[in-house]
Structure formats: structure tokens, C-alpha cells
Design a protein around this ligand. Structure first.
Ligand code: IPE
Ligand code: IPE
Ligand code: MG
Length: 249
């Protein structure tokens, strides 16, 4: 992950991560079952992907299912799994034609063999695409991510190919999900809650955070633009000083 010591003024984020929250409440307000909100949310996914690709954003990481979402009622979990499978089947060709490179992050072995196979095929089909890098976080947790990185490193120490003293920030980071991509510049959470809910943890150390009341199914092009406009006004300092602050010293 590279970092530039500048303000974000006028800049487009290279990598956006979104907690797509509020589907259930969107449905509840319409006296519909929660799954109707999740279905409506897939339209917002399509719109966000299209808009990010058109604007030239490098990477978009979407939180689709957290490692804690298994604790929802069994019926909702089953319906969500069915929705993931059908959305993947319906959208993969269009994503491919739009040059999107699709990847999944998370502990995928918890999913059905059929879904895992679809995920693998989608990744293989789009692996060489030059367009938007779209990451879907499924059965992902920020704590799981750090844990699996620690296990990778511990294994290498156990095998004698790495000394504990050689473990530094860059090496640990290289074992985490998304390490091959630009740093996450902008984090968006829809649905009004102001928390991370075990999404990216290490990766958002210096990310700009943006929270909106807009429910995910209502998150359209203008809602995305509002987030981008807010980002463009932020002063990013990464612990240092901006040019203006340095001049003042
Ligand atoms: C987010 O919407 C989607 C998933 C977690 C899969 P929610 O289902 O959490 O919607 P609310 O928060 O109940 O409105
Ligand atoms: C976070 O939303 C997970 C996803 C959007 C996939 P939740 O709705 O699960 O988060 P909490 O439970 O409100 O923290
Ligand atoms: Mg929620």
C-alpha cells in the first residue's frame, strides 16, 4: 500500500471501501420482508460499480457478509446465500465485459461448494481484466484477517524460514487481504450507524471515514458523488504536516 503525504483536495480516492448497511430497514419501512431490502441493495451495488469504474477509481471493496452475520436468523442467511449465488450468475458476464476484475476476501470455506466454485470461476474469468478492481468481502472480518496473517507468519517461523525479529509492519501487511492494492483512501458506511463492525481494521489506519444516513438501497450516483465531494475537502496529513501548515511554522 502506498501513501502520499498530501491533502485530498480535489482528488479522487484510488480505493473506496463500503459497509453497505440499511437493507433491512429499507424493507421494513415498506412493510416488506428483509430479503426485499437485500435484493434492492444489489441494484445499488451495480450502480456503485458502474460509477466507480466510469470515474476511474482503481479499487472498490464492498462488505457483503461479515463473519458475525451468521448469527442472523437461519432463513435470512439462507436467502442471502441464494441471492449471492444468483447475483454472481446474473452479473458476471456484464462485469467481465466492463473489464472489472472481481475478487473475494474472507474465509470462503464456510460457503457451499457450489458458491465457492462460482467464486473461483468468476475470479479466474476476470483475473486479467484491466478495469476496476472489485473486492467482495464475504465471511470477512478484520480480526480474522489479522489472525490469518499472524498464522501465515507463525508457520514460517515454525518451519525455520523466518525469524520473529524479521517481522515488521510491511511483512505483516503483505499477508493481509488487499495488500496488493492502493491503500483504502475512503471508507463509506451507509445506514446511519457510526461503527466499523469488524470490517477492515489494519487497512483503515489512515483512511478518511464518511458516514451517511442514506440506506444502502437508496445509495445512488448522487449519494456517491456527495461522498466523493466530502472526501475531496479532507486534509490528509498521515501524522505529518500539509504544505500550508509547514509554511506557517
Ligand atoms: C446490510 O444490511 C446487509 C448485510 C448485513 C448482509 P442489514 O441487513 O444489516 O440492514 P439493517 O441494518 O438491518 O437495516
Ligand atoms: C455490517 O453491517 C456488515 C455488512 C454490511 C455486511 P451489520 O448490520 O452486520 O453491522 P451491525 O450488526 O449493525 O454492527
Ligand atoms: Mg445492519
Amino acid at each position: 500500500m502506498d501513501r502520499t503525504l498530501t491533502s485530498a483536495a480535489g482528488a479522487l480516492p484510488r480505493h473506496i471501501a463500503i459497509i453497505m448497511d440499511g437493507n433491512g430497514r429499507w424493507a421494513q419501512r415498506r412493510h416488506l420482508p428483509r430479503i426485499a431490502g437485500h435484493r434492492a441493495g444489489t441494484q445499488s451495488v451495480k450502480s456503485a460499480v458502474r460509477n466507480c469504474a466510469e470515474k476511474g477509481v482503481d479499487a472498490l471493496t464492498l462488505f457483503a457478509f461479515s463473519s458475525e452475520n451468521w448469527s442472523r436468523p437461519a432463513q435470512e442467511v439462507t436467502q442471502l446465500m441464494e441471492l449471492f449465488l444468483s447475483a454472481l450468475q446474473n452479473e458476471i458476464q456484464e462485469l467481465h465485459q466492463s473489464h472489472v476484475r472481481l475478487e473475494f476476501i474472507g474465509a470462503r470455506d464456510a460457503f457451499s461448494e457450489k458458491l465457492q466454485q462460482q467464486m473461483r470461476e468468476a475470479e479466474q474469468l476476470t483475473a486479467a481484466n484491466p478495469g476496476l478492481h472489485l473486492n467482495i468481502a464475504a465471511n470477512y472480518g478484520g480480526q480474522w484477517d489479522i489472525l490469518q496473517a499472524a498464522q501465515q507468519l507463525a508457520l514460517r517461523v515454525e518451519q525455520g524460514t523466518l525469524r520473529a525479529s524479521q517481522i515488521d509492519r510491511a511483512l505483516l501487511e503483505s499477508c493481509l487481504c488487499l495488500s496488493a492494492l492502493p491503500a483504502v483512501d475512503l471508507f463509506i458506511r451507509t445506514g446511519g450507524e457510526q461503527r466499523i463492525s469488524n470490517f477492515l481494521l489494519w487497512q483503515i489506519a489512515y483512511t478518511e471515514l464518511y458516514f451517511t444516513e442514506t440506506l444502502w438501497p437508496d445509495f445512488d450516483a448522487s449519494a456517491l458523488q456527495a461522498a466523493l465531494d466530502a472526501y475531496a475537502t479532507r486534509q490528509r496529513r498521515f501524522g505529518g504536516l500539509t504544505v500550508a501548515h509547514q509554511a506557517q511554522a
